[in-house]
Design a protein around this ligand. Structure first.
Ligand code: AMP
Length: 300
């Protein structure tokens, strides 16, 4: 069954009705989004559907995570199309898993006060990891993300939460919030979904011209070229080889940043590093395109 809640009270009522019909052991999965759904978002919902009895997908363009001169107003809002896509996926997965009854609640608050009631003045701020990489260019962005995700976690009350590796720094920041505040929710991170040419899907790709879309492929090629050094060489040699490569790439002023860091902490690589994150942002016609490669060091 698919149901839509436009207010938090409608959500609480739908969840209560679902709980009355299901055992206390039933699992709830949660996929927070800003809507304008593409295959990346849907891959997360599909995971949630297969692993939980009830899946909640929120669709809320969160004003707190946009800076003053960013694209909050023009961010694409396509709720009807989103609901059609969710419905199609729901029937596909239900047919595949016949026998196990699944439910979805789409939580699509229509006003900001459904998330931030009048007088709301709390900010959840995780600290230093929010001020590096994207945080240098968007200093209040991650506080906006952690604040909305915390509020949504509290409203939804899920056991599992699903996020995309595409926003890798966001995943690290949210995992830290979960750990620091002992939140009882398990975070699951899933791979980046790309188009056939390798461009990571993003709602913001529609701001790009056809020629920008071609130029955008350079970002993924850069990241895989750097990753290749770690596949071919040990850590020490790979770091030596990639350091001049990074310097050369960064001469291209379209890069906001391009960095190789410890994948668990986003701090510089050290002797305890087991996971590498190569992260980059390329700016094309004013649109910031994020991409990354994250891999275990000793698995190759
Ligand atoms: P957004 O609507 O941009 O806030 O994204 C909602 C969720 O979808 C976040 O966890 C994103 O990381 C994830 N996501 C966005 N694009 C992709 C993609 N191309 N592949 C996988 N997950 C994605």
């Amino acid at each position: 069954m698919i149901e839509i809640a436009y207010t938090r009270n409608e959500f609480f009522e739908l969840k209560k009705k679902w709980q009355e019909k299901n055992s206390p052991q039933s699992q709830i999965g949660f996929v927070p989004t800003m809507g304008n759904l593409h295959e990346g978002h849907l891959s997360l919902l599909e995971k949630s559907l297969t692993e939980n009895d009830l899946s909640v997908m929120s669709i809320f363009v969160n004003p707190k995570q946009f800076g003053p001169n960013e694209d909050f107003t023009k961010y694409p809002r396509t709720l009807d199309e989103d609901i059609s896509k969710i419905t199609r996926l729901f029937f596909e997965v239900s047919n595949r898993q016949s026998g196990k009854e699944k439910s979805i609640i789409v939580f699509a608050p229509q006003t900001d006060s459904e998330i931030y009631p009048e007088g709301f003045s709390t900010t959840i701020s995780v600290g230093p990891v929010t001020q590096i990489l994207c945080g240098k260019y968007r200093p209040t962005h991650f506080d906006g993300v952690t604040t909305v995700v915390y509020c949504l976690f509290k409203i939804v009350g899920a056991h599992n939460a699903y996020f995309g590796q595409k926003d890798y720094q966001q995943c690290v920041v949210l995992q830290k919030m979960i750990n620091d505040l002992s939140l009882e929710i398990k975070m699951h991170i899933f791979p980046i979904i790309r188009n056939s040419e390798g461009l990571a899907l993003s709602s913001r790709n529609q701001y790009l011209s056809e020629s920008d879309k071609k130029d955008a492929l350079f970002l993924h090629r850069t990241l895989t070229g750097l990753k290749h050094q770690f596949e071919e060489h040990n850590l020490e040699i790979a770091m030596k080889l990639t350091s001049p490569m990074l310097e050369e790439y960064l001469k291209d002023s379209r890069f906001d940043y391009l960095e190789i860091l410890d994948g668990n902490t986003l701090s510089p690589i050290n002797e305890r590093t087991q996971k590498i994150a190569i992260l980059g942002v390329l700016r094309l016609s004013g649109t910031r395109l994020l991409d990354n490669e994250v891999f275990d060091l000793y698995a190759r």
